[in-house]
Design a protein around this ligand. Sequence first.
Ligand SMILES: Cc1cc2nc3c(=O)[nH]c(=O)nc-3n(C[C@H](O)[C@H](O)[C@H](O)COP(=O)(O)OP(=O)(O)OC[C@H]3O[C@@H](n4cnc5c(N)ncnc54)[C@H](O)[C@@H]3O)c2cc1C
Length: 275
Amino acid sequence: MADNLIIAKNVEEAVALKDGSSLFLAGGTEVNRLDSPCCASTLISLGRMGLDGLSVCEETVDCCKGPKKGRFLKLGAMCTFQELIDCEDVPQFLKEACRFMSSRTKRNMATIGGNIGAARDDSYLIPTLIAASCAVELNCKGKKHVYGIGRYLKEKKDYPDSLIEAVLIPLNGAEVLSKRYANTAASHAAVTVSVSLLDGKVRVGAAVKNAGVRRLVEFEELINAGKGTEEELIKAAYGLDMPISDDMFGSEKYKRYILGVTVSDLVKKAQGGKK
Ligand SMILES: Cc1cc2nc3c(=O)[nH]c(=O)nc-3n(C[C@H](O)[C@H](O)[C@H](O)COP(=O)(O)OP(=O)(O)OC[C@H]3O[C@@H](n4cnc5c(N)ncnc54)[C@H](O)[C@@H]3O)c2cc1C
């Protein structure tokens, strides 16, 4: 339980104040959750800094493979799940991922920046954001970076005090298909998979409970090389280097099988039933 709450006036103040003893506070649905791993003596509220709203921008993104230029829909990090659902400019696939959060009360509080900041292994949004090739605009102690979401997740621990100012959705026409496996709409997901298909190339993101959330390049390489039959993808899922184990959400075998089959199904669907 935090002792201090600071309401930051602007981004500069928020990033200057952030250190190892503090946490940013967005919607608070993860920070204030019972048994949350987010613990700090000081919370820095981001609510009054104007980090909301949508615009269109041109940006160069630093991806794992180098810089990439593009046109993006820029979503302020403090946009809530419900605001994204209600906004006509937000692509349908992102609205669908926001609806994975079944409680409207929570959707009115939880933010897109907070979901990425929490980086949970049952994240509602991150698999979709990976498949869509999204980027995050970061402020690391006053220095700006625009990183692909895959790079951000990989290197997150290297800049723990960075503030996500905005999330950039490429305006490239890509569609994302997602599937979430949970006992009920309100339960934690065992597996969430998202797949996009753009210019014949497939991109896959997945969250596996207690194992992590990341881009599944292993599947992409197989599929893009024409080796993505259901059988081949199930085999690849069993060989995937992810610490998947038996737990209350399902056995290791179940989660790996579901991953392989779901990637196969979503790719077929994205290809319009071909293959
Ligand atoms: C009952 C319950 C069930 C839940 N189930 C799920 C679930 O299945 N899947 C899931 O993904 N989440 C789940 N959550 C957690 C939470 O609702 C979501 O992750 C939500 O999107 C977090 O957003 P927030 O704005 O409330 O973040 P906060 O709680 O305010 O912050 C979350 C983390 O992100 C950091 N942060 C916030 N904003 C920024 C920023 N702009 N830049 C950098 N860091 C930032 C915070 O410091 C903190 O570490 C659950 C919560 C509850 C209470």
